[in-house]
Design a protein around this ligand. Structure first.
Ligand SMILES: NC(=O)c1ccc[n+]([C@@H]2O[C@H](COP(=O)([O-])OP(=O)(O)OC[C@H]3O[C@@H](n4cnc5c(N)ncnc54)[C@H](O)[C@@H]3O)[C@@H](O)[C@H]2O)c1
Length: 329
């Protein structure tokens, strides 16, 4: 069975590839341009293609060569807070690239596409978010994900392309990019701690998120080759923590390795204050269970990070500079 994973050098893609690689029934392929992933995340069993999914010709060529049975489309640039300042980049990576993948799935008779959307499609909503709640994105990132969700339903209607949508949230674990200044709050805290910087929190730090260890979403993702036709599933942990609490956990884990730092609060960012999801549907249909022990995952990530080659943290070229936060100027 040929399985193609886009974004296989990223957190979810690499951990999922390693999970599938344990089963010889899968022939694995991956597409990634390394714009957001880590070269260390490469899974040896994956035949890898390195290009930008926004290039329609290359997407078509790769699909014709691979002829995948199943496609897991994980590739995206998931920097929600930054997305109003990089509209073009956001829609190119998260919408146009997805459209190229959907076209290629239709033209190559792919059995099913599994797409990672986001709870960002819910905007402020009414947490805990349910899959049936109205979609009201509040930023270009959520808007791109919402558009792909709708387009998948249309592709099924017009061409019979089977799909499942997953909305993971606040996924953490070994393999996460720690060197992006715009996303992955726990990854940023870990990098700041190890490089002797202060841990920076936007606003009062009372924002709440339910962080999920990537480990627990892998089996449910695999089961979607068989299950969940045309369905949407939230995947992630049930228990929300404040950003202040997780910053303290990173400091606590760092102490065991001789690292110390302090927390500094910066300008408040425009973001949803309380965002977490209901997972009853995934528990019922996919046997999903989450036993994330967030302090344990943070410890594990720090140990992994200490072995990692450290990179320069680069700024992205902003398309809009108006109302830019002081900390991103
Ligand atoms: N991690 C989370 O908390 C979370 C939450 C909700 C949704 N998601 C979604 O899950 C998916 C995977 O997330 P992740 O955390 O593994 O992200 P990630 O950034 O770790 O991985 C994404 C991978 O896609 C690649 N990529 C990005 N744009 C590309 C392009 N145009 N062409 C080719 N490759 C490209 C990157 O190089 C990277 O390796 C994304 O679609 C994301 O929006 C993630």
């Amino acid at each position: 069975m040929k399985v193609l994973i886009t974004g296989h050098m990223g957190l979810i893609g690499s951990r999922f590839a390693k999970c599938l690689a344990e089963n010889p029934r899968y022939e694995l392929y991956g597409i990634d341009d390394l714009s957001g992933g880590l070269s260390e995340n490469k899974t040896p069993e994956v035949t890898s293609f390195n290009f930008d999914l926004a290039d329609q010709g290359k997407v078509n060529q790769a699909f014709e060569e691979i002829k995948p049975d199943y496609v897991y489309h994980f590739a995206a640039y998931a920097a929600e807070g930054l997305s109003p300042y990089i509209r073009n980049y956001n829609y190119t990576n998260n919408l146009l690239a997805s459209v190229n993948v959907i076209n290629a799935c239709i033209n190559n008779d792919v059995k099913k596409i599994i797409f990672t959307s986001s709870m960002a499609v819910m905007g402020h909503g009414n947490p805990p978010f349910k899959e049936s709640d109205p979609v009201r994105p509040d930023d270009p990132y959520g808007n791109a994900k919402a558009a792909v969700e709708t387009d998948l339903a249309l592709a099924k209607k017009h061409f019979g392309l089977d799909y499942t949508i997953v909305r993971p949230h606040n996924v953490i674990g070994i393999g996460q990019n720690l060197f992006d200044r715009y996303r992955n709050v726990i990854g940023i805290f870990i990098r700041q701690l190890i490089t002797g910087k202060v841990l920076t929190i936007y606003g009062d730090g009372n924002q709440k998120r339910a962080f999920s260890d990537v480990h627990y979403i892998l089996d449910p993702l695999e089961s979607l080759m068989e299950k969940g036709s045309g369905e949407i599933y939230n995947l992630g942990a049930d228990t929300p923590y404040t950003i202040n609490e997780v910053a303290e956990m990173v400091l606590e884990a760092g102490r065991a390795h001789g690292y110390s730092s302090k927390i500094v609060h910066l300008e408040e960012r425009q973001e949803v204050k309380y965002a977490y999801c209901d997972h009853a549907k995934a528990k019922k249909d996919l046997g999903f269970y989450d036993a994330t022990h967030i302090q344990y995952t943070i410890d594990e990530m720090i140990e992994w990070a200490l072995e990692l080659k450290f990179r320069e943290v680069e700024s992205i070229g902003y398309e809009v500079n108006k109302r830019m936060y002081s900390f991103w100027k």
